[in-house]
Design a protein. Sequence first.
Length: 877
Amino acid sequence: MRHWLWISGITLAFLAVAWLLAGLISAFGSSLFGEWQLVFQNANDPWRWWGLTVLCGACVATIAVLFTYERRLISWQLGFTLLGLRLALILVIFLTLLEPVWTWSYDRSQPERVLLALDVSQSMDTVDMQASELEKLRWADALGLFGSDDAQTRAKIWIADLKAGKEPEWVLPDEETDPARRERLAQVRKENLQSQLTEVAKLPRIEILRRAIAAVPDAVVGALSKASVLQLAAFAQNSAPIELRQLQQPLDPALLNIDRTHSNLADAAEAAHSGSNDAPLAGVILLSDGHDTDTPATAALVNRLQGLGVPVHTVLVGSEQRPRDLSILHVDHPETVFLKDKPLVKTILQTSGFEGESLTVYLQSLDSPDDDPLQRTIKPTGPSTEADFTLTEMPVGRHKYRIWTDVAPMETRDDNNSAEFALSVVDDRARVLVIEGESRWEFRFLDDTLSRDPQVSLECVLFEQPFLGILKKPFFPTKLDELGPAPAQGTQFAAYDLVLIGDVSPEDLRAQHWQELDRYVRQEGGTLILTAGKRFFPFAYQGTLAEELLPIVEPRLLKLDEAKQIGPPPARGFRLTIAADGDPLPMFQLDGDRAKSLRIWSELPGHLWGIVGKVRGGASVWAAGLAPGERPTLDSERQNAIIAQHYVGAGQVVWIGIDSTWRWRYLVGDVYHHRFWGQLIRWAVSFKASAGNDSLRLGLREAVIRAGQTAHVQVRIDERFLAQNPNLKAQAVLTRQAADRPYSQTIDLATREGNALLLESQAPGLPPGEYKVQLKLTGGETQQELPEVLLVVNAELTPELQDVHANRPLLEQIASATGGQFLQLNELHRLPELFQDANQTEHIREEVPLYSHWLILILFSGIAMTEWVLRKLNGLP
C-alpha cells in the first residue's frame, strides 16, 4: 500500500510542478520582454490539456515503478539521479507538447498611392480664345503670372469679384486716396491684366496644364510625393505612365504611344491598378477638360469610377464657354454607286456660335480641281446643321471629293473645317439572272422587287409556266438557250454579276449546265446563290456537282412543332439568327442603327419551313435556323446554317435555305424584302469587281474606311493551289498613292480559326489617303499575276474635335459620386491637403514556435544521452 501511495504522490507532485512551471514561464516571459508573450497553444484546449496530463502522469507512474525495482540493484544516489533525469525528459516532453510559442505584434505604416492623370487627348490642343475673363484670370493665377504676394492677393480679389458678377475692384481703398491717381492706376492694372490674359488665351489647354503643374512643383507634385506614392500618367483613349521630368518641357503625346482621337476617363482612373506598385490606392486626380468619347452613358462612366472605391478628384482644364467653331462632324455618302446614279451626300456640321449667320458649304471634286465647287448656304439655328448635295453623273471609277467651309473670324480651331471622301462608280446596272422551276411565291415577289429596282437588270428563266397561246411565246424564257449567245471566251453566265438558282428539277438543269456554273464561279469570279425548294433543291441533286458547290453538307429539314405553325404571322414559325459573320454585311443591316436592325430581325414574320445543314470547313455562317427558344452558340450555328457562304476558286456560292423571304413584306410592303435582296445584289457586284484569279482572291471587308478604323484584309486560297504549295506564306503590302506623303505598311496574313484556305489580318492606324493593296507570296509560285485591290481611308473629324468645350458638369458629377473634390486649375495647391492621411496602418502579428526549435532537440537529446550513459556504466539494461 505504501508502495502505491508513493507512486501516486510522486506523479501528482510532478504534475503540480509541471503546471506551475508552465504558468511561471509564461508569466515571466511576458513580463520580461514587454510586447512579447510566451503562449502555450494547447493550454487553451481542455481536451488536449487533460489528455496530455493523463499521458504524462502515466509516464511518471511507470518511471516510479521502474525506480522501485532499480533501487535494489543500484545505490540510492544513482537511483535518484536516473529518476531525476527521466522526470526531466517527461517535463521537456510535457512542455513541448503544450506547443510554446513566442508572439509579438506591432503596427506598420505604409504610404498609399495617388494617381495623377493628365488628359492629352486631341481636345486638349484647343486654344480657348472664347474663354471668359474669369476663366482666363484663373489660368493666369495657376501659371503664377502674379509673382508678388500683393499681386496674388489682388488677383484673388478680382476672381471673387468676377465670380460674383461684379466689375473687379482694381485699386483697394487703402492703396490710393487721390481719385485721379486711383483712376490712372486702375487703368494701368486693367491694361496690364488684359495683356497677360490675351497671352494666356493663346496657349492650348495641354500647355496651360503643363505650365500650371510646373509653376508649383514643390507645392503640388513635391507635397504629394512626400505624403504618398505618386503615380503620374497621361491618358486619352488609353493611358501611359510619365515622369515628372517630362513636364519640364512641352509634352509630345506622339512619344507616349497613346491614341489621342478618343478619350476614356474610366480607363485613365483604372490605370492605377495596372502599375507594378502594390501600394494601396488612396485616390485619383483627373486633370481634364471633361471629354469622354468612349463611354456611351454618363451613368455607366460614373459607376465604373465608383467601382474603384476611392475618391476621384477632378480639376477642370479649358473653357466652359461653347467655342465659336465650324467643323465637319460627319459625311454620309454611299461607297459604291451605279453609272447614271445621282448620289446624295449629306454632311453634318457643328455650327456652335454661328446661330443666325449665313454660312456657305462647298463640295469640290478633287479629280477636277478647276471646276467650280457646289455650294450650299445654310443658316444655323443650333449647335449642328445639315447640308445636302446631289452629285451629277460620274464616269466609271474612283472619285474623290472635298467638303469644306471657310475659316471664320475668331474660330477656335482651323483644322476641322474640311473633310475628304471617295466613292466608286460601277458600270451601268447589276446584271442578275434568276433560274426557277415554277412560279412559286418566292419567285413572284423576287421578280416584282428586282424588276422595279432601277439599278438591277433582271433576266429570268422559268422552266414551268402556263401558256395559253395568246402570245407567240411564254412571258419568260423556258430554256437557258433562249438567253442569247455565250461570249466567245466564257460561259453563258459570264455577263451576269449574280446567278440565282431556285427550285429547279434536275431534268431542266442538267450536268452540262452545272459544269458551266462551276466554271462561272471558279474561273470567272461569279456569285452563285442557291435557294431551297420543297420539290427538288437540294435533295434531288445528291451526288452531283451541285452538291459539291453547296457551302453546307448533310442538309436536313428544320422541323417545327405543330403549335409553332399556327397563329398570326408575327407569332408562328422560326426566325433567322444572324451570326457574327453575317452581322456586319450590308444585306443584314435593315436599319442604320445596329441595335434597331437586330430588333427588326427578331420581329419579322417567321418561316414555317427551311433546310439547314452543317457548313463546310472554309465556309461562313451568315444566319442559323434554330428552333424557337433555342439559344445560339458557335457550334449550333455551324451545325444549323440556313444562310451560308463559301469561296470556290475565284468566285463564291451562297446558300439560302428558305423559300419565304416574301413573308418579310407583312404590314411593311417591300421595305425589308427589297433592302435584303437589293443589298445582296450590290454586295455581289462589289465582290466581282475585286481582284483575284482561280488560285487566289484578295479582298477587303470594307473598301472605304474612316481614319482611325482598322482595315481588314482577306485572302482566299484555292484548295488545289494550297495542296501544290503547302508551305505558302502571304503578306499584304498597303502603299499610299501620294508622292508628297509616302506611307507603306506590310502585314502578315494568318489562317483564321484553323481554316488554311482563308488568310486574314488587320492594318490599324492608316493615315487618310488612297492605298494600293498588293499581295506578296513566299513558299509558293503562281504563273498568274498577283491580285491587288484599292483601299480608301477617308479623313474624318474625330469625336475629340467635334465638340471641344470643357464639360464641367461631368467632372463635378464624378467628384460628387466618388467622394472627391472638384477644383479649378488655380486651386492645384489644395490637392496635398486632400491626401494628408494617405497612409495605411497595418497591424502585424508575428510568432516563433519554440516547440520545433533546435534547442529543444538538443536539450532532450542531452538529457536522454546522459540517462542512457549512466545506465550502461552501471550495468543496467
